[in-house]
Design a binder for this molecule. Structure first.
Ligand code: AKG
Ligand code: FE2
Length: 355
């Protein structure tokens, strides 16, 4: 609850963008009148224009399922390394499924030059991940553990995928309404739901290594699809780079809320109207209790808590041509970006991750 005061604030006016991530009550979109839906669509549009991130509360994915997903994630990552490697992420960047061990992936922010990617990989992110996707995705089939290693894991993840995909489609309806497009236009362009459910574990590590920059949890990057949902545990450390001030601000977990952000593909599609905001995960804030128990200095050098998060990445159907959506043109009808298909764009970005 302590977090709420720092993220809750009055709606921004067009004169001044909010300095924190706006919080929107999504139940008014899910269950409200046409006027309610329009009002919420406007709030989300404004958050994405100003900050690129929004917290949705009462988003319809049951909290008990979110909690359960975190429990499965903990159980998965607690398995011996040799077992986790029975579902290995394939080498290369085109098949993004299965388990990646500590330090395999280094997120890069728009770095396509292979020498630069190599240089960045010298300081790998200290995290491990497990990716799964749509059971019907033939380009990227899922890679599961043998079921007896963690019975029920696969079944849960397949079901949770559908809950998250449902929320993505509903948010896409809201975004289409905010642009006065036919309400299903954006959702229809995601009809195959080729999305990605990612479990992330950042193990405990001396905070000093994160403060000194010798290690990172996840380096500054933007997401490359259309929309991302992000569920976090209560540890904290996520920061977003405010588009106006360029300062990194905390985006702490809020009870019952999911963070939603715009990715690069949606930024292009909306001609820059919605921002694909850079974010990163740093050392978690030292809690009051830790400070009191350990004293300031010791608290900073202590091991920081392990952190779990669950991002869910959406992207448009591969053949969708991503070009300025109606109503998003610049002042003189200007379009900032070349048209390209969703597939062309995502391949370009994924190649940079594992090149
Ligand atoms: O762990 C987090 O909170 C952020 C994860 C993230 O940004 C990503 O996987 O793209
Ligand atoms: Fe991200």
């Amino acid at each position: 609850m302590a977090y709420e005061t720092s993220v809750n604030e009055a709606p921004s006016s067009s004169m001044s963008a909010p300095k924190t991530v706006p919080v929107v009550d999504f139940s008014r979109f899910l269950h409200g009148s046409v006027a309610d839906k329009r009002a919420i669509a406007r709030e989300i549009d404004e958050a994405f224009r100003n900050v690129g991130f929004v917290y949705l509360q009462n988003h319809g994915v049951p909290q008990q399922k979110v909690d359960e997903c975190f429990e499965w994630s903990q159980r998965f990552f607690a398995l011996p390394e040799a077992v986790k490697k029975l579902a290995p992420h394939p080498p290369g960047g085109s098949h993004h499924r299965g388990y990646s061990g500590l330090g395999v992936e280094k997120v890069t922010q728009n770095v396509f030059d292979s020498n630069e990617v190599e240089a960045l990989r010298q300081m790998p992110d200290f995290k491990e991940s497990f990716e799964s996707g749509n059971v019907h995705d033939q380009m990227q089939p899922n890679i599961w553990l043998p079921d007896e290693e963690l019975p029920g894991f696969r079944q849960f993840m397949e079901a949770f995928f559908l809950d998250c995909a449902g929320l993505i489609h509903t948010i896409l309806h809201a975004l289409a309404i905010s642009l006065s497009l036919p309400p299903s236009q954006l959702s229809d362009a995601h009809s195959q739901s080729l999305f990605q459910l990612r479990l992330l574990h950042y193990p405990s590590i001396p905070s000093s290594l994160l403060h000194s920059g010798e290690k990172s949890r996840i380096g500054a990057h933007s997401d490359f699809g259309t929309l991302t949902l992000l569920f976090q545990d209560d540890v904290g450390g996520l920061e977003i780079q405010h588009p106006q001030t360029e300062e990194f601000i905390a985006a702490p977990p809020i009870p019952g809320g999911v963070l939603v952000n715009i990715g690069d593909l949606m930024m292009r599609w909306s001609n820059g109207r919605w921002r694909s905001t850079v974010h990163r995960v740093v050392a978690p804030p030292v809690s009051k209790v830790e400070r009191e128990e350990l004293g300031d200095e010791e608290a900073e050098t202590e091991m920081c808590r392990p952190r779990y998060s669950i991002p869910f990445f959406a992207t448009a159907d591969p053949e969708t041509v991503i070009e300025c959506l109606p109503g998003c043109e610049g002042p003189d009808g200007k379009k900032e970006f070349e048209a390209m298909t969703a597939l062309e764009y995502v391949q370009m970005r994924m190649a940079a991750l594992y090149a």
